[in-house]
Design a protein around this ligand. Structure first.
Ligand code: NAD
Ligand code: TYD
Length: 349
């Protein structure tokens, strides 16, 4: 089997590539990534010399290039993760999200459709999406696969749109697709613009921790390696045309999570208890900030037997240990253009 993974140099994609290379040595994995600010080949140093791994630098917004790539490599499957993924960037610059997330996905669907149309047997187009397409919950309720789409940010609107296109290609062209919608991921190699790595980075540098609003928003956190395991079972055993929700039943208000993170950081850095938490600074809320996400993953658990493998407390501790052991990685990705981004997003708050 030859699988095309898009966005494999990013946070989740690098864990997916590693998981497939380690668990399926007979597969060939081609990682297609444009290496935007979020893509980093350092994330895959430990597996890059494996004989069944190939990297191709390329852009999913280029339809002709994708068609040539399919001709050249005759992929049997696609696991599509490439995207613009950060909500704050989507507020600053929505159009990029339409181009990459919507047009890029449609280009990929077109390439798979035209290359596979004579023989769809054994083919699979797996689109990786987010729980954010379902919108925002109040204090009660949980997202199921039947929850109507109700996106609020340009990011979630672009992901919702791409999900609709993927379903449309299944219904209209019988393309063998499967979709999963996952909750917030955390773990090694996440770009430090997202809450957990940003706050780890700021705590180690004694910089303020910018908590949006009152810190009462709730997110449902999943260990990235558990997401990679879920992607494995859905890719191999999910039913065509179906959607699977992925999540760890692990809801935290932002402020409770930040307090836990500060406690772990105090311990690991040998600081006195409470020191890191003093860095908490409440700032102007994110526009259109969804109050609460919570995912019901019982379909995936019931039908495909997937369960999360690690508690949040343990996973967060491992995550902190990884960033502290890889401070050079943090320094490299936060130099240059990132400094300008930080000023733009947080300067006026
Ligand atoms: P990321 O931003 O860390 O990585 C995205 C990758 O896509 C990068 O390597 C980047 O270089 C690449 N890329 C961007 N534009 C491209 C283009 N035009 N052509 C080719 N490659 C391009 O994102 P992530 O957090 O790893 O998310 C991966 C996927 O999972 C996304 O589709 C995202 O919507 C989805 N998702 C993320 C989360 C989360 O918590 N991070 C949760 C659920 C779903
Ligand atoms: P984030 O990691 O950006 O993920 P998402 O918006 O996709 O859920 O943010 C997680 C939560 O943390 C979200 O409620 C916004 C909040 N947040 C802050 O309070 N401050 C920050 O600097 C960031 C980046 C996020």
């Amino acid at each position: 089997m030859h699988i095309l993974v898009t966005g494999g140099a990013g946070f989740i994609g690098s864990h997916v590539v590693r998981h497939f290379l380690r668990n399926y040595p007979s597969y060939t994995i081609t990682n297609l990534d444009a290496l935007t600010y979020a893509g980093n080949l350092e994330n895959l140093r430990d597996v890059e010399s494996l004989p069944n791994y190939r990297f191709v630098k390329g852009d999913i917004t280029d339809g002709d290039f994708l068609r040539r790539l399919f001709q050249e490599h005759a992929f049997d499957g696609v696991i599509h993760l490439a995207a613009e993924s950060h909500v704050d960037r989507s507020i600053a610059s929505p159009t990029e999200f339409v181009v990459t997330n919507v047009l890029g996905t449609v280009n990929l669907l077109n390439a798979a459709k035209s290359f596979w149309q004579s023989d769809l047997e054994g083919k699979r187009f797996y689109h990786i999406s987010t729980d954010e397409v379902y919108g925002s919950l109040g204090k009660e309720g949980i997202f199921t696969e039947q929850t109507p789409y109700d996106p609020h940010s340009p990011y979630s609107a672009s992901k919702a749109s791409s999900d609709h296109f993927v379903r449309a290609y299944h219904d209209t062209f019988a393309l063998p697709v499967v979709i999963s919608n996952c909750s917030n991921n955390y773990g090694a190699c996440q770009f430090p613009e997202k809450l957990i790595p940003l706050f780890i980075n700021n705590i180690r540098q004694n910089k303020p921790l910018p908590v949006y609003g009152k810190g009462e928003n709730v997110r449902d956190w999943l260990w990235v390696e558990d997401h990679a395991r879920a992607i494995d079972v859905i890719f191999h055993r999910g039913k065509n045309g179906e959607t699977y929700n992925i999540g760890g039943h692990n809801e935290w208000t932002n402020i409770a999570l930040i307090r836990l993170l500060c406690r772990i950081m105090d311990e690991k850095l040998g600081r006195t208890a409470g020191e890191s938490e003093q860095l908490v600074t409440y700032v102007t809320d994110r526009a259109g900030h969804d109050l609460r996400y919570a995912i019901d993953s019982s379909k995936l658990q019931r039908e495909l037997g997937w369960v999360p493998s690690i508690s949040f407390e343990k996973g967060l501790e491992l995550t902190v240990e990884w960033y502290l052991a890889n401070q050079e990685w943090l320094d490299n990705v936060t130099s240059g253009g990132y400094q300008r981004y930080y000023e733009e997003i947080y300067g006026g708050r």
